[in-house]
Design a protein around this ligand. Structure first.
Ligand code: HEC
Length: 129
């Protein structure tokens, strides 16, 4: 008898937790995204308002910026020719697999596969303006 009652309860609780996680992932937590940035991107990218170039271009204000156009940075021809503007949607496509999205670019980063981390990171990048 106990088992019959417990099983659906567990299933329901699991569903509730998963739904919460999904909602959290959609909203994107910028504070958590900052940690992702520091761990995965900061060796190559600065986000200081007038920060220097490290290996990659400065990413302050990147959301809304036309790709491959930061003055003074020597982009690859592939990035210069991309022709799009960095929107949250564009970053969502690009970051999990940069080389596949834009073949020939010189960002040697394997990609951010974790969807929750990706949403958090994008939320953080959107605050940099
Ligand atoms: C190993 C160094 C390296 C790492 C790590 C790295 N990048 Fe890059 N990134 C680059 C380089 C180099 C470019 C320039 C690519 C080109 O011109 O082909 C670039 C370009 C970019 C651009 C395009 C900017 C523009 O002005 O058009 C974005 C956006 C970007 N990176 C985001 C990220 C994010 C977010 C992370 C962390 C998840 C990250 N990168 C990790 C090296 C790196």
């Amino acid at each position: 008898m106990d088992r019959l009652l417990t099983r659906p309860a567990v299933a329901l609780a699991t569903f509730a937790v998963l739904s919460l996680m999904a909602t959290g992932a959609q909203a994107g937590d910028a504070a958590a995204g900052r940690n992702v940035f520091n761990a995965q991107c900061s060796t190559c990218h600065s986000v200081a308002p007038s920060g220097a170039t490290i290996v990659g271009p400065n990413l302050y204000g990147v959301v809304g910026r036309k790709a491959g156009t930061l003055k003074g940075y020597a982009y690859s021809s592939a990035m210069k020719a991309s022709g799009f503007t960095w929107t949250e949607e564009q970053l969502r496509t690009y970051l999990p697999n940069p080389q596949k999205t834009l073949p020939g670019i010189k960002m040697t980063y394997f990609g951010l596969k974790n969807p929750a981390q990706l949403e958090n990171l994008i939320a953080y990048l959107a605050t940099l303006k």
